[in-house]
Design a protein around this ligand. Structure first.
Ligand code: KIV
Length: 277
């Protein structure tokens, strides 16, 4: 029996009942099907796509069209998971009009249930504008990879009292602006715990400790399909790369030795018909 679609109310209820929310990224149909069949609550089509699928050095170059293409593939594989499309760099910063228009494309053209965007208090009015258009927004604060250069690199945020206070204020402003959930990336566990306790909306951590209302990992990190760099917060549950390499090497050897395909992979023809040729 297929599960019912996960709703924002259920995510909120999970927080209230102290049940953890699960989130994993997906960028294609087969992965989306696996996550959905396992019962992952929220499936994020992250702009981490830029790194782990498209091979870019950062998330900055990925475009709206690339994000929508991958969101559509994910949506085709999902029945019940709540799908969040990640708004790429400069798709929401230029103006509220542009932000609403682009957010709308994730919903109308790509089958997403919500969008995610990076930024703190400065982005609150943008979140408000998108929410006013009827589109649920997940916020993302702490280490915000799209603007990592402004943060002087991929560093833990909120380590001193001043920057921690800014993050506390950002979370409050984004909540008031109508965000239904907030991702915390790379902030001290004490701070994540404190903000999670203060907020009514659920928080999702990645490198933010165990007290967030839920956790997210990038699929390719979780299953060992990306080895260019591995942040401290990643837990690899399986290392698929060597297993896949071994399988491909066996296939290569079989083809080269004439062992594949065997008769069981081939189609026969009636001898009578063959003789007519
Ligand atoms: O793009 C992404 O995968 C993300 C998660 C790391 C939260 O933003």
């Amino acid at each position: 029996m297929s599960r019912k679609k996960v709703t924002i109310a259920e995510l909120l209820e999970k927080k209230q009942n102290q049940q953890k929310i699960t989130m994993v990224t997906a960028y294609d149909y087969p992965t989306a099907r696996i996550l959905d069949q396992v019962g992952i609550d929220t499936i994020l089509v992250g702009d981490s796509l830029a790194n782990v699928v498209l091979g870019y050095e950062s998330t900055v170059p990925v475009t709206m069209d690339e994000m929508l293409y991958h969101c559509r593939a994910v949506a085709r594989g999902v029945n019940s998971g709540f799908i969040i499309g990640d708004m790429p760099f400069l798709s929401y910063q230029v103006s509220h009009e542009k932000a609403v228009e682009n957010a709308g494309r994730f919903i109308k053209e790509a089958g997403c249930d919500a969008v995610k965007l990076e930024g703190g208090s400065d982005m609150a009015s943008t979140v408000r504008a998108i929410v006013r258009a009827g589109i649920p927004v997940c916020a993302h604060i702490g280490l915000t990879p799209q603007t990592a250069t402004m943060l002087s690199g991929y560093k833990v945020q909120g380590k001193n009292a001043e920057s921690a206070r800014k993050l506390i204020q950002s979370a409050k402003d984004l909540d008031e602006a109508g965000a239904f959930m907030i991702v915390f990336e790379c902030i001290p566990d004490f701070l994540a715990s404190r903000i999670t306790g203060d907020l009514k909306i659920p928080t999702i951590g990645i490198g933010a400790g165990k007290d967030c209302d839920g956790q997210v990992l990038v699929y390719h990190d979780l299953v060992g399909l990306f080895d260019r760099f591995t942040p401290k917060f990643v837990k690899q549950y399986i290392n698929l790369t060597p297993m896949i390499k071994e399988a491909i090497a066996k296939y290569k050897a079989d083809v080269e030795a004439g062992k594949f395909p065997g008769p069981e992979h081939s189609f026969s023809m009636d001898k009578q018909e063959a003789d007519k040729l």
